[in-house]
Design a protein around this ligand. Structure first.
Ligand SMILES: Cc1ncc(COP(=O)(O)O)c(C=O)c1O
Length: 434
């Protein structure tokens, strides 16, 4: 059994998170319930920030809010001095509603609309990560019309794709994002951007993948970009002030996963960028990163009520819970794996192997295959670990299931940060035929 952060077993023999009994949480707030360990999110944020501060490196650690975007979460990111990465008008709106300082917001996306770009400019966005020529033209036109200037980064694809233990070098990266570094597209984009006074080109951005454990991919990406930066300094007299290496730092979902601590990713990146910039006689740029999953993923636990079960003799036992792919689509989307225990009796001896089924009308709505558990019935609460990233943010109303509530727990207190949806909420935007 692996516990994250403040998760422990209390004197009642129940799981507790942030000093709050998980069973009591379900009584107070119902199920399914997303619970976030605030102390662990703070620890992760500080881990990334301190790794830069200890080496006196100018940096920004931007929380990639796509992982879990709510007003309270954005406020927590602000409390911890993080910057913020948003990829849509909706994420930007959430950030602004939370009072997040707009000058520390970075706006991403491969198809930002005119309205989204205007909204960003009107609110004094910190920087726009320009993804393609269409966007550059659109942004230039809007800036000129509004007579405003904007900081931009150019998103480049360095020809490296990394996931977990693997990375691949791709000649011409086949990606919907960014300007290709190797075929001259990135250089053409830079030349174009430098022509317009409304752009202050801060530097370059790349994001090479997700759930990455090895540092090799990040270091190779840094190498490719810094080499290119050296060329551009000589040819164009352009020196990047910022190098943003994106997010993607891996976390432990199951015992098969062995991530490094945040500080190690950062210190290896810093070391490599220092060596490279010295080698090419470049000024050390600010190093920006944008972790999402690694800031919030292992701080989240979803609590479910156990319901029906079905035995397929000689094959398996299905145990159903009161949520599923509507609150966690990751297993159905990409066979993501999770660990879980019974929150009301985490120490009980496991006696059977069950497969956890969601309640949606899809055979693929399975949360965990082959989970060892004590015998479980309708009195029991299943706690699924590590659901903090891309759980709530990818939740949906399939089968018209209301989205669960979200609770933050810290120092023995629970606060409701997102209300549970009601049936009325589900039909709120529906209009009758007559
Ligand atoms: C541009 C960019 N930055 C950051 C992230 C965050 O990645 P992760 O949550 O894996 O850290 C993503 C994820 O898709 C991304 O596309």
């Amino acid at each position: 059994m692996h516990f994250y952060g403040t998760t422990a077993i209390n004197k009642n023999g129940h799981l507790e998170i942030g000093g709050v009994d998980a069973v009591e949480l379900t009584r107070d707030f119902g199920t399914p319930l997303y619970v976030y360990d605030v102390a662990l999110m703070r620890e992760r944020a500080r881990g990334f920030k301190q790794a830069f501060e200890e080496q006196n490196i100018k940096s920004q650690v931007a929380y990639a809010s796509k992982a879990f975007s709510t007003v309270a979460m954005v406020q927590l990111a602000n409390e911890e001095g993080l910057s913020l990465d948003v990829v849509s008008g909706g994420e930007l709106y959430t950030a602004l509603a939370a009072g997040f300082p707009s000058e520390r917001i970075h706006f991403h996306g491969n198809n930002k609309s005119r309205e989204e770009l205007e909204m960003a400019l009107d609110n004094g966005i910190g920087c726009i990560v320009v993804d393609n020529f269409f966007e550059m033209e659109l942004l230039k036109t809007i800036c000129q019309k509004k007579n405003v200037n904007v900081n931009i980064l150019l998103r480049v694809t360095p020809g490296i794709e990394a996931h977990t233990h693997d990375y691949i070098l791709t000649g011409q990266e086949d990606s919907k994002f960014g300007f290709d570094l190797q075929n001259g597209q990135a250089e053409a984009a830079l030349k174009t951007a430098l022509q317009f006074d409304c752009f202050d080109v801060l530097g370059l951005h790349c994001h090479i993948g997700s759930q990455i454990f090895e540092t090799t991919g990040f270091l190779l990406a840094a190498k490719k970009i810094v080499e290119q930066m050296a060329g551009w300094k000589n040819e164009l007299g352009f020196e990047a002030k910022v190098l943003n290496l994106g997010g993607g730092f891996g976390i432990r979902y199951t015992k098969e996963d062995e991530p490094k601590p945040p500080s190690q990713y950062v210190s290896e990146i810093i070391r490599e960028v220092k060596i490279l910039t010295e080698q090419f006689a470049l000024k050390l740029p600010e190093i920006w990163i944008e972790p999402g999953r690694s800031l919030v993923g292992d701080a989240g636990i979803t609590l479910y009520q156990v319901g029906s079960s079905k035995e397929v003799p000689g094959v398996r036992k299905y145990l159903a819970i009161d949520g599923g792919m509507s609150d966690n689509i990751r297993p159905a989307l990409y066979q993501a794996k999770y660990e879980a225990v019974l929150a009301n009796k985490p120490l009980a001896r496991t006696s059977e192997t069950v497969s956890i089924a969601g309640k949606c009308c899809e055979s693929g709505d399975m949360l965990i295959w082959d989970l060892p558990l004590p015998e479980a019935g309708k009195e029991d609460i299943l706690a699924v670990f590590c659901t903090g990233a891309y759980g709530y943010s990818m939740s949906n109303n399939y089968n018209r299931l209301p989205r669960p509530a979200v609770v933050f727990v810290e120092k023995g207190k629970a606060i409701l940060v997102v209300k549970r949806e009601s049936y009325e909420d589900l039909v709120r935007l529906d209009l009758p035929l007559k």
